[in-house]
Ligand binder design. Structure first.
Ligand code: ATP
Ligand code: MG
Length: 228
């Protein structure tokens, strides 16, 4: 069974066709790059997979069924979508602790995910004073709380400095080496090319290309060709 499957998925917002007859699967243990120009429909697709947007046509399954039917959603899939909002007055640790309690997870999880994203030293500081990169790490820590099998990330490299990008690459690679699955949208093709083993390319809401990536693939060239 695929980790994620999307079948004839479509979404219209009024007259805007955001996603159009889109089908693909993401296999377990793979790192799949989800790419395409601004407005191609990536975020809308990820939101439909996560049950946050209702499709106009078709459907999406995660771990074999729709998101809303998952028995243990936080342990199945963790997600970081665009523009995650945090309460500015809370510390990173307090923020994670609130999420942990709401999800009924063990107490040790907060310190564990803080360490996973290398945020332990700043965990007591108010999130309002966090840099963009620190917010990205905190959002990732939130997604990791339930120790999920599948990670869905919408432009996680946004705002990361070169060291942060390298760190994220290593993190995601290690994550899939444990047999877990990552679906990640990004515009930083040179970065994702180093770690992704599959790519799904959208163009104007439709599938432009999907397939495996090899070290010889020039992702930028492929992207330019199929989105032209
Ligand atoms: N809530 C909404 N209401 C109206 N239109 C929307 C809504 N959400 C998305 N759209 C439209 O759907 C299309 C796809 O948007 P989407 O955010 O999915 O693209 P994207 O591939 O994530 O782009 P980007 O790379 O800029 O993040 C765009 O034309 C966008 O304006
Ligand atoms: Mg987007």
């Amino acid at each position: 069974m695929s980790a994620i499957s999307v079948t004839h998925l479509g979404k219209s917002f009024g007259g805007v066709r955001a996603v159009d007859d889109l089908s693909f699967t993401v296999e377990r243990g793979t790192l799949t790059a989800f790419i395409g120009p601004n407005g191609a429909g990536k975020t809308t697709t990820l939101r439909m997979i996560l049950g946050l947007v209702t499709p106009t046509e078709g459907g999406a399954a995660i771990g074999g069924g729709p998101y809303r039917d998952l028995e243990r959603p936080v342990s199945t899939v963790g997600a970081v979508l665009e523009a995650t909002a945090f309460h500015p007055g809370l510390s990173a640790r307090t923020h994670l602790e609130a999420l942990r309690l709401a999800a009924g997870l063990e107490p040790g999880r907060v310190e564990h995910v803080l360490e996973q994203v290398d945020l332990t030293a700043s965990a007591g500081r108010k999130v309002g004073g966090f840099s963009l990169g620190m917010r990205q790490r905190l959002a990732l820590a939130s997604a990791l709380l339930g120790d999920p099998e599948i990670l869905i990330l919408d432009e996680p490299a946004n705002g990361l400095d070169p060291e942060g990008m390298r760190w994220l690459r290593g993190f995601l690679r290690a994550y899939t080496h444990q047999g877990r699955t990552v679906l990640v949208s990004t515009h930083v093709l040179a970065e994702i090319q180093q770690i992704a083993d599959h790519a799904i390319v959208l163009r104007a809401g439709r599938l432009a290309w999907q397939g495996p990536l090899s070290p010889e693939t020039d992702l930028e060239e492929l992207y330019m060709e199929v989105t032209a």
